[in-house]
Design a protein around this ligand. Structure first.
Ligand code: UDP
Length: 235
């Protein structure tokens, strides 16, 4: 395996599957099986999950809600997704821990880096909920932050597109995919697959990001084996 410890970022929207809102149990079970394939190879797995399938602070703000209030609601949405994912992973036979940036002690451990690292060493899948715990951030930034903190070898951003293109491939048929690209180019060209805060944090800490299609069976394992099937963003 190319990587010993990975940080997998899954968006909340990915959990919707074919639905328009919420969580699709079928999709959740499929993701659990994909994650199991790399867990079986003894890869240490940390996961940050988004909340866009339930609530986004920006959407709340555009409807007149206070942005900070909305962002905390978004963070809580990521905890709901984290709990759902935890259940699916345990159902698939993996030991897990959920740690949250906002304290919700009845359901999750508070985020403690040393504890998280210990869980990873013991082969537990660690899910980080509630993003960074701060409004005005995203779970992409939380993914990079936690990845840097627990010394992950790479950030794997699982999406429904197979990499980074020079234009939106869902809108432009002539869009061309990059196999590799630098952080500098991603930011300069405004290729906003992740927000720029996430990219710059990763760039400053020399932590590569791979964007890949999580919805194709076996892709996560292939990435961990070192196959270049997505787009790798490096310094
Ligand atoms: N959020 C936040 N701080 C964070 C992470 C998330 O305030 O550190 C809020 C924000 O409102 C965001 C929502 O939680 O819109 C859901 O996260 P995100 O949009 O990143 O989810 P995804 O797009 O990955 O589903």
């Amino acid at each position: 395996m190319k990587y010993k410890r990975i940080l997998l970022k899954l968006s909340g929207e990915a959990l919707m599957g074919e639905r328009a809102y919420g969580i699709d149990p079928k999709r959740l079970a499929e993701y659990a099986q994909e994650i199991k394939k790399i867990h079986d190879k003894n890869i240490e797995i940390a996961i940050v999950i988004g909340g866009g399938n339930i609530f986004r602070g920006v959407a709340g703000a555009s409807n007149g809600m206070d942005r900070v209030q909305g962002d905390y609601m978004g963070m809580l949405a990521t905890v709901i997704n984290g709990m759902a994912l935890q259940g699916a992973l345990e159902e698939a036979g993996m030991p897990t821990r959920l740690q949250t940036a906002l304290k919700i002690e009845a359901i999750a451990e508070p985020y403690i880096k040393r504890k998280a690292t210990r869980h990873l060493e013991k082969g537990r899948v660690v899910i980080f909920g509630a993003g960074t715990g701060n409004p005005y951030f995203t779970t992409d930034t939380a993914a990079v932050l936690r990845g840097v903190e627990v010394s992950a070898d790479v950030i794997l951003k699982g999406t429904r597109v197979d990499g980074i293109y020079n234009a939106d491939p869902e809108k432009d048929a002539n869009a061309v995919k990059y196999d590799t690209i630098t952080f500098g180019d991603v930011i300069a060209k405004g290729l906003n697959v992740m927000d720029s805060t996430a990219f710059t944090l990763s760039q400053e800490n020399k932590l590569p990001i791979i964007v890949f299609d999580m919805n194709i069976e076996g892709n996560l394992l292939k990435i961990c084996e070192g196959l270049n099937i997505g787009t790798t963003v490096t310094v």
